[in-house]
Design a protein around this ligand. Structure first.
Ligand code: NG6
Ligand code: CA
Length: 518
């Protein structure tokens, strides 16, 4: 702990920092005990309209609402992409995922997508003396490109090679094999006599699949998800072995929340950075029995209730350890909502008027705004102004903004699309970014009140998920100020704005970066 009398240099040394010279004055106040802890609570597929403080009435989220009441709630905040892997890639690297091949939704056996050696969000924090942890869903690949991925040995590279000191992972997603946890570099609870094998091509092993043995399922697929059955649920991909290591879906939220609480407790005396990435409310939605039936909206609503509980557990842990005052907590989601994402879990039948996208159009996978406009709340008592903000902000900005907060300089090549919007995050400025590229099957550009969606081929609606994808062979232009629901394409009325935004989007693509060099 830095006493009020300790000099800045002594303080930095006490954190064990190597690059003292690289430090610039931090935006901390003179009396601050130490740099704030940072916790990112990252939901999966939670929509703009899925929590009560964003207007949901059919499902109640008291913990999130209470948290929002103490912080700043953003109404124009975005995930970088309309699906998981690219959003997370962009959040952790500060680079738009669409600039890089291989950043689409990752297979369960994908190799590590973020290359070690890159400056990442956790690495910036680690270099500044923070203890860094990634707990929950990963879905950014593991192991070296071009090498066999053996789940029975130490797997490198992984999160520990890009700036995390600790990780406890759902390696890909809940609906993809392997259905095991990893702690640091190893699968947890693995019996070496029962090695894990995984395939996303030909079937392996002799375990039943959902396709051939639907009578064994406790939840049936609606599309895809009909391969190896684990815990009564058929998955994407084939898996054999690893029986003692397999997770129980109903316990997953408690397991990872417990690990997150342990991490906070263990590092309570340090500055720490925790990336807590939940499985909720992704499919398969199989909440713990104590949440089953609680929402009245079926498992999707119950998963929201469970997620709200877990959020409360993290916040209570901060309170119990007296850390809330010195912890910046950011709450958001990796992409917009989807109702039927591949399992017959009654999400459609029991929607009961609930609107996962709120007033927005589209959802997960969509170029319309519900694909990426997500709940986003920032709390740091006494430091973040309470209330509402309609500043344009994006998770891709965490890197530049949090680096600025803790006084770290980014090299010109780092985080090429991350903007320092710290003032907006703290509620000191009503404006955030100047413009933002949203990423779905096509790119969109938001600038001021305007949203331009580039022309694209493909179905208007994803027939499996029933999501409007926002694709059109013609350019689309929406005035979000008076048409938040993107109902009226005004491209033909404003050809000059279409030209300007299409030109800016081309420049953004061609330049390979948007963050100004400093
Ligand atoms: C899709 C899956 C979907 C979900 C998604 C990834 C099928 C038919 N659909 O391919 O269920 O897993 O990938 O979701 O397999 S995300 O939130 O991780 O991006
Ligand atoms: Ca997701």
């Amino acid at each position: 702990m830095r006493s009020p009398h300790m000099s800045r240099r002594t303080f930095i040394k006490s954190l064990g920092l190597a690059a003292v010279a690289a430090m610039v004055p931090v935006k901390l106040r003179a009396g601050d005990a130490k740099p704030p802890n940072i916790v990112v609570i990252y939901a999966d597929d939670l929509g703009y309209g899925d929590v009560s403080c964003y207007g949901a009435t059919k499902v109640k989220t008291p913990n999130i609402d209470g948290f929002a009441a103490q912080g700043l709630r953003f109404t124009n905040a975005h995930s970088p992409s309309a699906t998981c892997t690219p959003s997370r890639y962009a959040m952790l690297t500060g680079e738009y995922a669409w600039r890089r091949k291989g950043t689409g939704i990752a297979r369960g056996d994908a190799r590590m997508i973020i290359q070690p050696g890159r400056t990442t969000l956790p690495l910036i924090m680690q270099r500044a003396g923070y203890k860094t942890g990634a707990i929950g869903k990963w879905h950014l690949g593991l192991g070296a490109q071009g090498r066999e991925l053996d789940w029975n040995t130490e797997i490198t590279p992984g999160p520990l090679d890009i700036g995390f000191d600790y990780c406890f992972l759902i390696p890909a997603t809940g609906d993809r094999v392997p259905c095991v946890y990893m702690e640091n570099r190893r699968v947890v609870g693995l019996d070496p006599k029962d090695p894990i094998r995984v395939s996303f091509g030909k079937p392996i092993g002799d375990e039943p699949t959902g396709k051939d043995h639907p009578e064994l399922l406790k939840m049936h697929p609606s599309h895809g998800h009909n391969q190896t059955i684990i815990n009564g649920i058929s998955r994407i991909g084939y898996m054999s072995g690893g029986k003692t290591a397999r997770w129980v879906d109903e316990d997953m939220a408690d397991t990872i929340t417990g690990k997150a609480k342990d991490f906070i407790e263990k590092h309570k005396d340090r500055p720490f950075f925790l990336y807590f990435s939940t499985h909720d409310i992704h499919v398969p939605r199989m909440p713990h029995p104590r949440f089953a039936g609680k929402s009245g909206l079926g498992p999707r609503g119950d998963a929201i209730v469970q997620f709200d509980f877990c959020t409360g557990e993290i916040l209570k842990t901060l309170d119990r350890l007296n850390l809330s005052e010195n912890t910046l907590v950011i709450f958001t989601s990796d992409n917009g909502p989807v109702v039927d994402d591949g399992y017959k879990d009654q999400a459609v039948e029991k929607l009961s008027g609930h609107k996962p996208s709120g007033p927005l159009r589209g959802g997960k996978y969509s170029a319309f705004d519900a694909g990426t406009r997500v709940p986003f709340i920032v709390r740091w008592p006494g430091r973040v102004k309470e209330g509402l903000s309609d500043a344009l902000v994006c998770q891709i900005d965490f890197m530049a903004s949090l680096a600025a907060l803790i006084g770290r300089k980014l090299a010109p090549e780092d985080a090429p699309d991350s903007f320092d919007i710290l003032a907006a995050l703290l509620g000191k400025s009503p404006t955030g970014r100047d413009h933002l590229v949203e990423h779905a099957r096509v790119l969109s550009l938001i600038k001021g009140q305007w949203k331009y969606i580039e022309p694209g081929k493909g179905p208007k609606v994803n027939k499996n998920t029933n999501t409007e994808l926002g694709l059109d062979r013609q350019p689309q232009l929406y005035n979000l100020k008076n048409d938040l629901g993107e109902k009226h394409n005004v491209a033909s009325e404003h050809p000059e704005i279409v030209r300007e935004l299409a030109g800016l989007l081309k420049k953004i693509r061609d330049d390979g970066r948007t963050r100004p060099y400093r």
